[in-house]
Design a protein around this ligand. Structure first.
Ligand code: CU
Length: 178
């Protein structure tokens, strides 16, 4: 008798273990499915990507003619990169901020009567499935009121805001002037 009762208890005990394992297994499967679904959603949305970001080293302000004598705030430079839009909707870069610059503008470069000029523009279109090149002599991000020298080896953190409400933070290495 004693042996039988003991056997039943053991059986009950092992059922409990199997039940527990079953619940754990179900939870694991549910988690894996949830992760897969989330990943698929990301794929459906596509991506906005920045490649090869860089910032040109600042020019020593005193050498180039300081406008108001406040050399701490007068450095300016440009940021360049390629922005790719692999989503299926057109996107537009509408604002940029940088912790090293008091003012950041989006600029285009134009040539008027053989004179190269740049001027602020409202934004840069990045069509669905397309890309935008920001490069010296073309579209660029203008960093103004830079409060410190930016030299090769430094990194500038840029926050790009897009019309859709998305934003990207990019760490751009500083490259020397050519
Ligand atoms: Cu500019």
């Amino acid at each position: 008798m004693e042996d039988t009762e003991h056997g039943r208890l053991r059986l009950r005990g092992s059922r409990g273990v199997w039940l527990g394992l079953g619940i754990v297994l179900i939870l694991v499967v549910a988690l894996v499915i949830a992760v897969l679904l989330l990943r698929e959603e990301d794929d459906d949305e596509g991506m906005l990507e920045v490649s090869d970001p860089w910032v040109r080293a600042t020019i020593a302000v005193d050498d180039t003619g300081d406008m108001n004598g406040d050399s701490e705030m007068d450095r300016m430079t440009g940021a360049f990169m390629t922005i790719r839009n692999s989503t299926d909707t057109d996107e537009r870069l509408i604002a940029v901020s940088a912790d090293v610059a008091a003012v950041v503008e989006i600029h285009e470069t134009t040539v008027d009567d053989d004179v190269m000029r740049m001027r602020p523009i409202e934004g840069i279109d990045i069509p669905a499935g397309g890309s935008a090149e920001l490069q010296p002599g073309g579209l660029h991000i203008m960093l103004m009121g830079v409060g410190q020298d930016l030299v090769p080896g430094d990194t500038v953190s840029l926050k790009l805001d897009f019309e859709s409400g998305r934003s990207l933070v990019v760490d751009a290495p500083v490259r020397p002037l050519e």
